[in-house]
Design a protein around this ligand. Structure first.
Ligand code: NAD
Length: 302
């Protein structure tokens, strides 16, 4: 049993903290939203009253926040207030699971290292279902011995654990993966729309491409065309799943990351523009990202 602190109990952090409690760990939690706190308490976590209190007794402390500015604010401080780095108990390990830009992850980890504090960036893949079912994939940046110390806690929340490299490498791996996901989802939707416009059955075309050289994850498990696959967002009007707004955020992180190293990302840039157009034209920000299919619907020529 470990003593764990957990801050950020939203769609992802809430079920992750609940799975740690379910595995028998003592989990002190904090969130700005009372409703999120109440849910975590009902799942066996203890409300700490503040982030500082959630950290006070922790051997390992997790954060799962919306974006880089929240993570920097929490650990480094803001508006003249000290961040959590000033109050980390001896030997405690910090793990940020939020999806943020690699530059901020490196900056926070470097500030932690200056104080002799071990920190990992450990963004996740697998969505809210993965968080609830404890089947997330963690992509970890930081020292391998720190990862090994946290491994039992990762195992309580996930099914796969990858060491991507040094501080920030987990975030870089996540950014690359989500950029590729956006590109192949948009390409899959475009190909399906072309076939359907020529009179093909979307299910038959999906199966042909899935078993041919166009096969990819979207066709395997997340078909974007309504009615082709059961149990995916496309078959429930794109409700739930991974929101267009979050995918657009992640594509922005990919562009910022590419800017910092000069890497060309023309496909990622196009995917970002497609998702932005989709969000604006179809009011789709709160729909699942496979709803990009709607952008390729043939428009009437009359
Ligand atoms: P969310 O908005 O549901 O949850 C974020 C929580 O953080 C909220 O409850 C908010 O009140 C809390 N919070 C914000 N600032 C805080 C602070 N200073 N102190 C305490 N609590 C604070 O977001 P989410 O869907 O849980 O996503 C969290 C992270 O995980 C994001 O970086 C997101 O990109 C990433 N992610 C999300 C998914 C997904 O499918 N939702 C999948 C993979 C990764």
């Amino acid at each position: 049993m470990s003593r764990v602190g957990f801050v950020g109990l939203g769609n992802m952090g809430g079920p992750m903290a609940a799975n740690l409690a379910k595995a028998g760990h003592a989990v002190d939690v904090f969130d700005l939203m009372p409703a999120a706190l109440a849910k975590a308490e009902a799942a066996g976590c203890a409300s700490a009253g503040s982030a500082v209190n959630a950290l006070a007794n922790a051997e390992v402390f997790f954060s799962m926040l919306p974006a880089g500015r929240h993570v920097a604010g929490l650990y480094l401080g803001s508006d003249g207030q000290d961040g959590l780095l000033a109050q980390v108990p001896d030997g405690a390990i910090l793990v940020d699971c939020s999806t943020i830009d690699p530059a901020t992850a490196k900056r926070v980890a470097a500030a932690a290292a200056e104080r002799g504090i071990a920190m990992l960036d450990a963004p996740v893949s697998g969505g809210t279902a993965g968080a609830e079912n404890g089947t997330l994939t963690f992509m970890v940046g930081g020292a391998s011995e720190t990862l090994e110390a946290v491994r039992p806690l990762f195992d309580a929340m996930g099914a796969n654990l990858f060491h991507a490299g040094d501080a920030g490498a987990g975030q870089t791996a996540k950014v690359c993966n989500n950029m590729l996901l956006a590109v192949h989802m948009a390409g899959t939707a475009e190909a399906l729309a072309l076939g359907v416009s020529q009179g093909l059955d979307p299910a038959a075309l999906s199966e042909i491409m899935r078993q041919s050289s166009g096969g990819n994850w979207s066709l395997e498990v997340y078909n974007p065309y309504p009615g082709v696959m059961e149990g995916v967002p496309a078959s429930r009007e794109y409700q739930g799943g991974f929101l267009v707004d979050l995918m657009t955020k992640d594509l922005g992180l990919a562009m910022d990351t590419a800017e910092s190293s000069g890497a060309p990302v023309p496909m990622g840039g196009l995917a970002r523009n497609l998702y932005r157009m989709h969000a604006a034209q179809n009011n789709a920000g709160q729909l699942d990202f496979s709803s990009i299919q709607q952008l390729f619907e043939p428009k009437s020529s009359t």
